[in-house]
Design a binder for this molecule. Structure first.
Ligand code: SF4
Length: 475
């Protein structure tokens, strides 16, 4: 698909900044959420078209409860129609918390002298990966502070090491990265190690607020960060994740910032972001941010639904920063990936309980402490198909979320069958008998649903082969 660039006051040029905060505010200040407009915009999104800034501004300004409910329902419908019921699972793995930046809201900030600084040595990394494999994880995101020790070569070595760790039937099949912005050559080096997505979150898209929060270090440079994923694209790394840290500034502005970033990437590289993330600050007092920007649960649900509608083709990631209740609620509105069994302290996946108490190395708090097994059971109980699928990335079907969105029948032919195959592996290798029983029933129900649209006989055949001991089968 060719994207049609929109006209903004700052024209889209590769590797050039594109945020004009006054322009974003002009859109928000002038958007009128009439009933007809809101409904027409929801209909446009359900027609699988990305929304422009003006249309997104209309949705963020909508406060009439009836219309807000229509926005939520629109996101729910889009998710059900386009993405089906599978949820992809992953785990974050913190590699090192050394950091030369001083971001006022972050536990890794250089001025936080209480933080115990460490970087996983190779043998520790192997232990962590083995522990994650023992839980059934197949997809990881490696997380780094910004420090000269975490060079592109270092990251690439970690990635290769992780792919090489195999324990029992366990293996990691996709490694994503959340690390500092690199130059073009750096992105090239990391890409060559075989990563999936490279995430760089802008935190806030407002340049002045950005400056106030980032006191020193390389991260202080708003535009270096803003254009980082352009450099990734120039390096051939076209699988990129964007995000904003909600709570730093007005959430409505940040939603438009994410959409502006999306259409910049589309205009310059003809490819939008692979994923959008929307972590939220819960407690302003503990992270030195203004209370007025804390996003309450209702607005959070609304902004997730608006993002779903605004960029209907992208993957949406919801993390364990959110509580179980919020995760259960928000998942309906278009979330496609969640983390499970998350631990943020460095080295904690392989630690015993007693050792864990001595750790003080986390970046922020998590509010969903359930194990991967508990999360899978919850998903299954609520008729979601947990998935560890990595097929597209391994078959070179790049831009997978775009394909699942735009290629008719893609979900039914690939994503749902692959979710069942990876769930079958999980049930056999890692699940309790109770979860196994529920899981087999869910797979059976899902097969019936697919009857007319996929090669169910072949899916059943592969499930049988996995039961007989084969692994890593996919479509
Ligand atoms: S088939 Fe492709 S798009 Fe679907 S879940 Fe697997 S990797 Fe993702």
């Amino acid at each position: 698909m060719k994207f049609t660039p929109e006209k903004y006051r700052i024209a889209d040029e590769p590797m050039q900044p594109f945020i004009d905060s006054q322009e974003i505010w002009d859109y928000i200040n002038n958007a009128k959420p009439t009933r007809e407009r809101v409904r027409a915009i929801i209909a446009k999104s359900l027609n699988k078209e990305r929304l422009n800034l003006e249309e997104t501004a209309v949705l963020v300004n909508t406060t009439d409860p009836e219309l807000v409910e229509e926005i939520l329902q629109g996101a729910r419908t889009l998710k059900e129609k386009v993405y089906g019921n599978r949820i992809v699972l992953f785990a974050p793995l913190y590699i090192g918390n050394k950091c030369t930046n001083n971001c006022t809201y972050c536990g890794f900030r250089t001025s936080n002298k209480d933080a115990v600084r460490m970087t996983l040595a190779d043998e520790d990394l192997v232990k962590e990966v083995e522990a994650l494999e023992d839980n059934g994880q197949k997809r990881l995101i490696l997380v780094y502070g910004e420090h000269k020790d975490y060079s592109p070569e270092f990251i690439a070595d970690n990635v290769r090491l992780v792919y090489g760790v195999k324990k029992g039937n366990g293996e990691i099949r996709r490694v994503n990265i959340n690390a500092a912005p690199l130059d073009v050559e750096g992105f090239r080096i990391v890409k060559e190690s075989g990563i999936g997505t490279y995430q760089v979150f802008q935190e806030t898209y407002h340049p002045d607020f950005y400056t106030n929060y980032h006191l020193s270090g390389k991260k202080k440079d708003f535009n270096w960060r803003l254009t980082s994923l352009d450099r990734a694209q120039e390096a051939g790394l076209d699988d990129v994740g964007i995000g904003a840290l909600f709570g730093l500034y007005d959430w409505r502005y940040e939603v438009l910032g994410l959409v502006r970033h999306t259409n910049h990437l589309e205009a310059c590289y003809n490819v939008g972001p692979h994923t959008i993330s929307f972590p939220r600050i819960k407690d302003a007092s503990s992270v030195n941010t203004p209370a007025e920007y804390v996003v309450n649960d209702d607005d959070f649900v609304k902004l997730v639904a608006i993002l779903r509608l605004a960029v209907p083709y992208t993957g949406m990631i919801l993390t364990a920063r959110e509580s179980v209740a919020v995760r259960r609620q928000v998942i309906q509105f278009g979330v496609s990936q969640i983390d499970g069994g998350t631990k943020l302290e460095l080295g904690s996946y392989a630690q015993t309980k007693n050792e864990e108490q001595n750790l003080n190395r986390e970046q922020f708090m998590i509010n969903d402490n359930r194990s991967l097994g508990e999360i899978i059971e919850d998903l299954v109980d609520n008729d979601y198909l947990p998935s560890f699928c990595t097929a597209c990335y391994r078959l070179g079907r790049t831009g997978e979320h775009f394909m699942e969105f735009s290629v008719p029948g893609f979900i039914k032919r690939f994503c749902s069958p692959n979710a069942m195959l990876t769930l079958t592996e999980y049930l056999i290798d890692y699940a309790t008998p109770e979860v196994q029983e529920k899981g087999w029933k869910l797979i059976e129900r899902s097969l019936v649903d697919l009857e007319s649209q996929a090669n169910v006989a072949e899916i059943r055949n592969r499930i049988e082969r996995i039961k007989q001991g084969e692994r890593d089968l996919y479509f």
